[in-house]
Every structure is written in structure tokens, then in C-alpha cells.
Design a protein around this ligand. Sequence first.
Ligand code: IVH
Length: 723
Amino acid sequence: MKNRSDRGRALAGQRQTESADQMRAISDLDEAAAREELARLAEVLARANAAYHTDDAPIMSDAEFDRLRQRNAQIEARFPGLIRPDSPSAQIGAAPSDGFGKIRHAKRMLSLANAFEDADVVDFVASIRRFLSLPEEAPIAFTAEPKIDGLSLSLRYEGGRLIHAATRGDGETGEDVTANARTITEIPQILTNAPAVLEVRGEVYMAHADFAALNSRQAQAAAKTFANPRNAAAGSLRQLDAEITRARPLRFFAYAWGELSEPLAPTQTGAIARLAQFGFTTNPRFRRCATVQEMLATYAEIAAERAALGYDIDGVVYKLDDLALQDRLGLRSTTPRWAIAHKFPAERAWTELEGIDIQVGRTGALSPVARLKPVTVGGVVVSNATLHNEDYVAGRDSRGLPIREGRDIRVGDWVEVYRAGDVIPKIRDIDIARRPTSAAPFEMPDTCPECGSPALRAPGDSVRRCSGGMICPAQAVERLKHFVSRAAFDIEGLGAKQIEAFWRDGWITSPQEIFTLQDRFGPGQPRQVKNREGWGEKSAQNLFEAIDEKRRIPLARFIYALGIRHVGETSAGMLAAHYGTWPAFRQAMAEACDSASPAYAELTAIDGVGPVMAQSLLTSFQAERAEIDALAALLKIDAAQARATDSPIAGKTLVFTGTLERMSRAEAKARAEAMGAKVAGSVSAKTDILIAGPGAGSKATKAAALGIEVVDEDTWLAMIGAG
Ligand code: IVH
């Protein structure tokens, strides 16, 4: 226990040092400067709070939010006479909306890959042709339509009646906003001649004129105004009181579908026409394009009309028109292969760089972060931007070649900030003419600002890393935050903010302590969660229940949650699919430590697992075996489900070699995986079938030597029913 609170204090102490290094030291502030900074902090924090809790559009990271709150508290401690009536210290944050029920989507709600340049669109079309093995002259049509900047909604109709409406959520489970959706006039409640089951998907948005009128009504009533139509739409749809939603002018464009009891049409164009017949509003700018040139011309047309459309769009979405081909292309982990969003160029603005902070991530990477004088970029207030790494700040890319013509970035510079759709803004350029003469080149620290350990840069690595491992408080807390994040354990009521607070007080210092929290700080204990600031009887109880719910976890999520470097969601999924169960995976990692072992050969033969990921996995399993085992012992880790068990190749390990003539390698791999097979990159004793096209070389020889079944492309096509 002592140890934990010591660590908590060490973190607080380090943070103070960090603030002192990067901002004006509190002891140097005079009253006027303190008053001014408190006013600025009150404003920035209030905005961040509203953006996070109410508008669903965070404008800063949790770490930055906490850092600013702490700075505010420190200034207040020194100048108690200056504490403002609207001081951020007095606010605990808006209530999380736990009032909506959950709905599991019958089919996942996907997001879209992005294209930023014409060349990306050309590549997209070319990659589809390659995947489908289409010759260059074969016609292939796409649809193009505006990408609406709102929030997506899934509407489920059974027997022609709207039965529920759900937000996207994490793509698998969304919030039940049925009562609110029923108040939107563009959403029909009853459909005639519709399939028995029909899920319609589209975007809820607010038109410019309605947004302006809403904001002026709100201002007159001294109520909250919204920063942009997207926030207004999100805030209006996610109202616990549907009568408030009714009073808000929301609209809906239908552009996709989920589960269907029968197909709508053979093409995207046809399916959208059916949705329009059912009474949905579909976008009038929807076009079918026969060539890439037409797609790009449609993009240019829509871009030219953008300002006059009357609602916000942020790009153009292209979809392959033929639905049978869409089906063959299938999905990546979160995006379809058959669609892409061609984004409009990012919004930009100039502002002053007030400081450069160093954030320490979960793998120890030290990242410089720009602290900016707040500026509005495309409707969102930006006060931070990523600076990637020290080379980027110095004006070099990872190969040492100049970026920004070699101009470095210094505190005091005027910088051009841009937002390209995602939440973390970036710096595009600096204005060297406005550089103050006193501005000094930035120097990356060679010790970790959080724990003081040496921060080292390995040859060939673009980032400097803290060598403190788990003694580094920042790494420890970031790993915990990763552990509870959405794609990992996703524990309701236990987000980054709560983790920080529990961590600071030494209540949760490792993942396994999450699962013993109730024993240590639940009913009957001297110190209890319910007595903490921001918690009560009910919320504490909900938290314990939410934790209990996650004691059972799918293998892929568990592997991802461990936060092993280079093991992202997709790789975790592949590892889970390959090894099947936790004991099998755990055993394989123990055996693979010997690089001459069959287990090592098996690991590196998994398609997508290279030596770097393998090394990272083995290092983690060696260094943290005891912790990982202790954690696993508290959980029930569900085996990965073979996706299809009734196919002739389910559960088998396949290797492709040589040229496939009727199907691209990418499609063959996707098909095999969809039918429950594993695809490996090299032949080993574990290989069940080698599919050898013309030109097969050493793999075929090796397979023959090992007595493995070798088949040709025709047999393969017959096996998957495509012959
Ligand atoms: S299609 C499988 N079409 O953009 C693809 N999405 O960045 C499903 N969006 O989550 C989406 N306008 O919320 C599609 N015309 C459009 C869209 C659109 C806006 C949103 C949608 C999606 C997000 C992905």
C-alpha cells in the first residue's frame, strides 16, 4: 500500500516539475499574470468540459485536461484571493449519460477508409481491380455522394414498422435512441412493401439555417449554444428527454443498410432507389460513375457546391456499385474494402505556439505536444497539436530528409494548424518571418519527465523511449487507460479520467487490481468508492457490476488489452484466431522464447506476424509472465470462435504459393479466412493444404517433403464453392 501512494506522490511531484519546466513557474507569477491565466484556464476548461460531456466532441486529451486543471489548482493555491466564482476546481464534470439502453447491431456499423488526394482514389480503384482480378478494360462502376458531417444512425424495421433506432457506438453496440428518432420527420415510422427485416442506415444532421435559428433561440433563453451543426445534431439526438429532441430540427439521409431479410437490389444505385421508394430521403447529389475520371469530376462538382448545399459535408463517399462484387471484397476489421471517403482538404488556422510539452505514452514513447494559443479550426477550438517526434520538430522526416524545407519548430513561433477529420490536430507549417529573435531550438529531454529514467533512442527508431518500464508512472497509467479502452475491456464508468484518479490514490495500480477493487474498496471496507468525490452509492454499485460483467472476455480483446507494443486490434484478432484458446496461446508464447523452437517457427509463420511483433510479444511474456498469469486467473477468457465450422477448410492452415490466375492472392486469403481457415505465409509441419499456382517453387518442394496435401487453383476454387 505504502508503495502505491508513494508512487502517486511521485507522479504529482514529477508533474509539478514538468509544469515548471514548460510553463511559467507558479512562483514567478505576479497577481496580474495569475488573474489572466486563471481566466483563460476557466474558459478553456469549461469549453473542454462541455465539448467532452455534452457535445460528444472532445477538443483535448484527458491528460491535457487533467494537466490544465492541476495548473489551475496550483495557481489558486498560491493566490486564494483570485479564485473565480466559475473556477474549474469547483466543477466535477457533467453527468455521464448512462440513461440510454444498449442495442447490439445485427450487423456491425462500419467506418470508412480515407482518401485525401486524387491519386488515393486512383489507387483505391486499382486495388479493387487487383483484388477481383479484373482486367484493365473490364468496366467497373462506382457511386459517388456527399459525405454528411453528422452522426450515423441505424433504424430497424420489422414487418414495415420502426422497432428501434441505435447510434453507432463502438460499431458493435450502440445507444438506444428510438424515442428520439421517432420525433424526426424524415424518419418514416411505417414502410409499405418493405422486406420483413430491414435495417436502414444513414446520417442524422442539422441544416445550417436550422442550426442558426436554434442557436439564436438558445442564446435568447440564456441556454447553451452549439459550436457547429454536428455538435448540435449529436447533442439533440442524445437527449434523455425525447420532447427536447422533438423541438430540434433534425434531418436524416439514408445511404446504407444493415440486416435484410431479402436483398434490396443487385446494385448500390438500385438499393438506394428502393430506400427512396420506401419514403427515405436520399441524397440528390448521388451519382453513378463509370470511370475514375467521372468519380473525380463528381468530387469536384460536389466540392464546388459545398457552400451552397445548406448542410455540412466533409468529403465524397465512393462505393462499388455491384453488390455481388462488394460481397466478394468483404470487410477489413473496421472498414469495407469496397468504399472509401475522399475527404476535402483540411481546415487550417494560424496561431502561436506557447509551449512544447512531453507526453509519455504506454510504451514509453516520449512525444512532443504543441501547446497552442486556442484557435478555432473549422468550428472546433484547438489548443493542442501533435508534434510526432523530435525529428519532426527539427524539420526532418524519418529518413533524415527535410520537411517544411527544413524549418524547425520553436516555442514562440506562429504555426499553421490543421484538422484532417480526426481529433488530433497537426501542424502544417511555421512562419519563419514572425519568429521572435529569442526563440531557441527545441531540445528533446534525454530523461523521462515523469520518472527521471534515461530516455533512449534506439538506432532506427524515430522515437525516444523512457527506459523506466513499469516504474514509470506515466507508462503504468497509460497502460491502464489502454486496458480499459473501448477496443479492450471497455468497462462502463471506468474511463481514462477515473483511472487517473484511482491511480493517483493508489487504488488501482495494475490491471488485476481493477478486478479486486470491490474486495478492497467495496461495501464494508473502511475506504469505499462510493465516498470518493464524484461517486455515490449507485454509481459505485454500477461500477462494480460493470467490472464483473467484463470478467468474461473474448481472447482477442484480452490479447489487445495487454498493451503489447506492435500488437494492435487486428494483430490481436489474428493471434486469437490462430491459437484459439488462452492456454494454447500462453503455452505457445512460453515455448517460443527459444527462437529455434517449433513454437517460434509457428508464430512467425502466421501471416502478418513479423520478427518485430514476435520479439515484442516474447519480451512482454517473459518480463510480465507473473502479472499476466495473475490477471488471467481472475478472468474467464473465451476461446476465439472459428468463424465458419461447416466449411471443408474450417480450422485448417493454408499456404498459397505461385500465381493464382482466377482470383487475387488478397481475395483468396480473405475467402479462406471467412470460411474459418488460417492462412500462413510459409510452409511448416502445421500446414494442412498448400495451394500452388504456376511458378510455385521452394514451398511446393518443402510441402512435398513434409507430405502435405498440395492442390491447384481449380481444386481450391471447388473447395470454396467458386469453381
Ligand atoms: S457509408 C460501410 N455514406 O461517415 C459504410 N457513410 O467516416 C457505411 N457518412 O460512419 C457508411 N455520409 O457516419 C456512408 N454518404 C455516406 C456518408 C457516410 C456520412 C459517415 C458515416 C460513417 C462515417 C465514416
